[in-house]
Design a protein around this ligand. Structure first.
Ligand SMILES: NC(=O)c1ccc[n+]([C@@H]2O[C@H](COP(=O)([O-])OP(=O)(O)OC[C@H]3O[C@@H](n4cnc5c(N)ncnc54)[C@H](O)[C@@H]3O)[C@@H](O)[C@H]2O)c1
Length: 426
């Protein structure tokens, strides 16, 4: 066998999907094909209030299935809320699950599927260093993901994220078995999404696309064996193609979807963008903005964004990733100026946001968009001060799985500089 020092191979996986207006009405047929007869729908109270999960249940029942709905998912799931969902599901026997909602509901459905199929202590499958990082022993039951936000791409990823309340840190589980068996992506389900959720979840899509596009290239890693090759390969020609398409759709429709939620064409573009970006980052990986987002969300004190549940303080995932994005792309610019400038050109094709300093072009395009759609102004906008930077650095440095695909080594000092620059973005 030829000996290579550097990686020459990348992998690319995706969930089979059904896309389009009305796609969800066929879910009974799809579930029966997957061999599921008794299914549990997993959703959160806000999504339940829109009536969408009942509509999915009716469509599944029309296919002859027995269906129940669990609607207590916590928005931004916590270890406690995941345990609650697992306990509920464990009271009966299910042969399939449907996650209906944003990333919170779909991630909870992934965890419920994992822990009811292969029971274990919650920490057993959680990524190191928070958990034991054990691999599930065998594949799981059928899981269908029905996203109602255009955001996380959780419907196509092998990842589930949760907040460990006492540790004040977000972490997750990452294994190919977690990837849903089918994503039913119906843009009509996003028409009821409030502007704040549209803005935050759309920024998640944008950061997925930009981070995976600028990630460390797969061929710069040391050669893996088939057993050690990780899900996050680094940027590669296939993920680049998907992320460029996602950026084009975002340029056309992101502002429109926030300003006029009833614009079905814009909503369809956003759903496609989320799917394409998911296909990119789910294989290439994400880096600094996502690594910083975990402690930014985990250490929140008082911030309560409009149109999110008001019972607890939270920084929505999409906001937490976008707050450091301008500074992060300023930091990564020297690794591949061409890609950073190309991304800025796709997002701002008329060059409305022009600057003579090439390094500032992408940060400027981002801050202009964030201002227009109502994203808070940097870390200070969600209640952090300069005193918080040190603990945020420590939390970020724990996310080595993500930092590994940063295109240049990010030391503690570098992350401190990114977070300090991000206290105010404009
Ligand atoms: N698994 C992954 O690959 C992955 C990737 C990124 C983020 N995440 C996780 O996903 C979560 C965030 O998910 P999200 O941004 O999709 O939002 P979300 O699921 O947290 O939902 C946000 C809010 O929007 C409401 N909502 C959702 N869809 C709606 C609709 N159509 N109409 C009316 N209200 C609606 C919900 O009730 C909730 O109040 C975080 O926990 C994050 O860590 C997971």
């Amino acid at each position: 066998m030829t000996e290579y020092l550097n990686e020459t191979v990348f992998t690319w996986g995706a969930t089979p999907l059904k896309f389009g207006a009305g796609a969800v009405d066929e879910i009974g047929w799809d579930l029966a094909k997957l061999g599921a007869q008794r299914v549990l729908i997993i959703t959160d109270p806000g999504v339940a209030a829109t009536g969408l999960p009942s509509r999915v249940a009716d469509a599944a029942k029309a296919g002859g299935l027995t269906v129940d709905i669990f609607d207590r998912v916590h928005v931004e799931p916590t270890d406690d809320s995941i345990r609650d969902a697992i306990a509920y599901a464990g009271e009966s026997t299910w042969d399939g699950f449907i996650g209906v909602g944003g990333g919170s509901a779909i991630d909870t459905a992934k965890a419920v599927n994992l822990y009811t199929t292969h029971p274990a202590d919650l920490y057993d499958y959680v990524n190191k260093p928070i958990g034991e990082g054990l691999a599930p022993p065998a594949p799981l039951k059928p899981l269908v993901a029905v996203p109602t936000t255009a955001g996380t791409g959780s419907e196509t990823t092998p990842v589930c994220v949760m907040d460990f309340l006492e540790l004040q840190v977000k972490s997750g589980i990452s294994h190919p078995y977690l990837r849903p068996d089918l994503a039913v992506i119906d843009p009509l389900l996003t028409l009821s999404m409030p502007p704040e959720v549209t803005a935050a979840s759309g920024m998640d899509v944008l950061c997925h696309a930009l981070e995976s596009y600028t990630a460390r290239p797969f061929h710069s890693f040391a050669r893996h064996t088939p057993e050690t090759r990780v899900a996050y390969n680094g940027s590669n020609p296939i993920s680049d193609a998907w992320t460029e398409q996602a950026l084009t759709l975002l340029a056309r429709s992101f502002r429109k979807a926030v300003l006029n939620g009833g614009d079905l064409e814009a909503r369809t573009d956003m759903m496609l963008a989320a799917t394409f970006a998911g296909m990119g980052f789910g294989n290439a990986g994400v880096h600094i903005p996502h690594a910083c987002a975990y402690p930014i969300a985990g250490r929140v004190r008082e911030y309560r964004p409009g149109n999110y549940p008001q019972d607890v303080a939270l920084v929505p995932h999409g906001e937490s990733v976008s707050l450091t994005a301008p500074a992060a792309f300023r930091f990564t610019f020297p690794t591949d100026p061409g890609k950073h400038l190309h991304a800025a050109d796709i997002l701002d094709p008329r060059g409305a946001d022009t600057t003579r300093d090439e390094r500032e072009r992408l940060p400027q395009v981002l801050t202009s968009l964030m201002r227009d759609i109502g994203i808070p102004n940097g870390l200070s906008g969600v209640g952090y001060t300069a005193h918080d930077v040190r603990p945020l650095v420590e939390g970020t440095m724990q996310q080595q799985r993500l930092l590994a695909v940063t295109p240049r080594t990010a030391t503690e000092e570098d992350i401190e500089a990114v977070l300090t620059e991000s206290l105010e973005n404009w």
